[in-house]
Design a binder for this molecule. Structure first.
Ligand code: AMP
Ligand code: MG
Length: 332
């Protein structure tokens, strides 16, 4: 199968609609990362997503809809705070988990009695969703465990020859996956941190918990239990620049090509060593992280990460992805 990468003009949209209606999988731009989408009502189409990604069968998918799509048949009621959050943050990088009515394919939620719904703000995503006018089940468009894609090229690298179409909307400005928020309880609860922060949710809903999985407990958001976002080169993670410099010099002495991924403020202390600059703010780090991880795996034999000092806002989400990419167990 030939994989076409096409910008979002009307010919591309009607082609995307044809593929979706035929049960195919189509990749599309969103403001967070690229998605790998299929008709959420079709068992076969949803199962294709799992097969393509090599995704574990217990890791549920998020359903994407356009801004005017009526989600009420899909969900079994909505607390007041959820309606307020929808008005405040959608379309945007916030996924809301509701009690499900079970109308979409059972494979979407992998046996959970909830359904995760997202209304992306990307004009490409909106145009695509409007054209098909269906709920589209879509995880990130990367092979399972690999770094999430933030350009059409990244999607192509993982899936060329395997999917017919990538709807190209340019680079993703958000850069990390949506915040996943459980809206089934009295107080909203963050299952995955992202660009819509806890502070932003509290400002609208009055309160917000952050889910921490207890030892031995079944995870509330199964995807968060998996190793994720890993570049395909050796990695090491450090708390300080001196430690990173020592590892770098050792790798170079052994004939390797090391590289250090860190926030801008750490770079002067690293002298002439090769670095990848995450930037200074949480937003910059979110936008650059995955593209830099993908660049590193192409060029470096060893990627050394340094813990950023930046705190607050979207740094909770950035830190979570960074730690997962480097396999750091104890998140702070
Ligand atoms: P991905 O789209 O690959 O970035 O992953 C989607 C994320 O949403 C995973 O962490 C899933 O576990 C989570 N998710 C999807 N559906 C649900 C649900 N019904 N309840 C809780 N988490 C969900
Ligand atoms: Mg993913």
């Amino acid at each position: 199968m030939e994989t076409q990468i096409i910008g979002c003009y009307s010919g591309a949209l009607s082609l995307a609609k044809e593929y979706i209606e035929a049960g195919e999988v189509v990749a599309f731009h969103t403001e967070t990362v690229y998605g790998l989408g299929a008709n959420a009502f079709s068992d076969d189409a949803v199962l294709k997503i799992f097969a393509l990604k090599g995704r574990p069968a217990d890791n549920p998918l998020i359903v994407h809809v356009h801004r005017e799509y009526d989600i009420s048949p899909l969900i079994d009621g909505e607390p007041k705070y959820a309606a307020a959050l929808r008005r405040a943050f959608l379309p945007g990088p916030l996924t809301m988990v509701y009690p499900s009515t079970g109308k979409v394919s059972k494979y979407v939620s992998c046996g959970l009695d909830t359904l995760a719904i997202r209304v992306p703000s990307s004009p490409t995503a909106q145009a695509f969703l409007k054209e098909v006018d269906l709920p589209i089940a879509a995880p990130s468009a990367n092979l399972s465990k690999h770094v999430s894609p933030v350009t059409a090229r990244h999607v192509y690298d993982d899936f060329h020859g395997k999917i017919p179409l990538i709807l190209d909307g340019g680079a993703c400005s958000g850069g990390i996956e949506s915040t996943v928020l459980d809206c089934t309880g009295e107080i909203p609860q963050i299952l995955r941190e992202g660009l819509v922060t806890r502070e932003m949710i509290v400002s609208v809903a009055g309160d917000c918990k952050v889910y921490v999985r207890k030892e031995g407990e079944k995870p509330k958001s199964p995807g968060m239990a998996y190793k994720h976002y890993s570049p395909r080169c050796k990695t090491a993670f450090c708390r300080a620049a001196e430690e990173a410099a020592a590892l770098y010099d050792e790798e170079e002495k052994n004939g390797g090509a090391p590289c250090i991924l860190c926030e801008s403020a750490s770079i002067p202390a690293l002298g002439e060593r090769a670095t990848l600059d995450l930037g200074g703010t949480g937003e910059q780090m979110a936008e650059r992280l995955y593209a830099l991880l993908r660049r590193a795996e192409e060029n470096a034999t060893l990627l050394i990460g340094i813990e950023p000092k930046e705190q607050g806002g979207v740094m909770a989400g950035v830190r979570n992805r960074l730690h997962r990419a480097f396999g750091v167990e104890n998140e702070t």
